[in-house]
Design a protein around this ligand. Structure first.
Ligand code: IMP
Ligand code: MG
Length: 175
């Protein structure tokens, strides 16, 4: 058990289970995209750890540009997505891989897809470590999913509860 702010969390997914999924995703992405010179766009802040592990597990070198969007406050989405750093002009004509920690309602991704589409990339792939199908209110396809999970609040491995909890190597769930 760990405590972050006022809440208790218990172990949900271990570091070794996480690495197993990262390696699987990296081989799928390597197989599909290595010849497309893709531009990886991880979403700050949550996906910094996933991107670092993914980068080291891919079997090719690529360019990366971190975008930043925010919508969560505490344990729920505010329903309003703020663009802090959008996609760069160099996405034009490139195959872009959006790298997310988690897709929940899908609102954040929807906003990102609409901004990215305006730059007319040659293709878009979405990689999200976690996906909450029961909370999903959108219709886009996620090409690479680490693990689908129930509608629980989790933290660790980049995911936070009010800005803390991101540095844990394992994933924890609120009890
Ligand atoms: P969405 O816009 O509802 O899909 O939410 C996406 C963002 O909410 C993610 O990028 C996370 O930053 C955050 N988020 C969603 N679920 C969780 C969770 O269980 N723990 C921590 N952050 C979460
Ligand atoms: Mg996020």
């Amino acid at each position: 058990m760990i405590t972050v702010h006022d809440k208790q969390f218990k172990l949900y997914m271990s570091e070794s289970e996480i690495q197993k999924e990262v390696n699987r995703l990296a081989s799928e992405i390597s197989r599909d995209l290595r010849d497309k010179n893709p531009l990886f766009c991880p979403v700050l802040t949550g996906s910094f750890m996933f991107m670092a592990d993914l980068a080291r597990a891919l079997d090719f070198d690529a360019e990366t540009f971190f975008v930043k969007y925010s919508s969560y406050s505490g344990m729920s989405s505010t329903g309003e997505v703020k663009t802090v750093q959008s996609f760069p002009e160099k996405c034009r004509g490139r195959h872009v891989v959006i790298v997310e920690d988690i897709v929940d309602s899908g609102l954040t991704m929807k906003k990102m897809l609409s901004e990215l589409s305006k730059l007319e990339p040659s293709g878009i792939s979405i990689a999200s470590f976690f996906f909450k199908p029961a909370a999903f209110k959108s219709d886009f396809k996620i090409d690479y999913i680490g693990r689908s999970i129930p509608n629980d609040f989790i933290l660790g491995y980049g995911l936070d509860y009010d800005d803390y909890g991101r540095f844990y190597k394992d994933i924890y769930v609120a009890v």
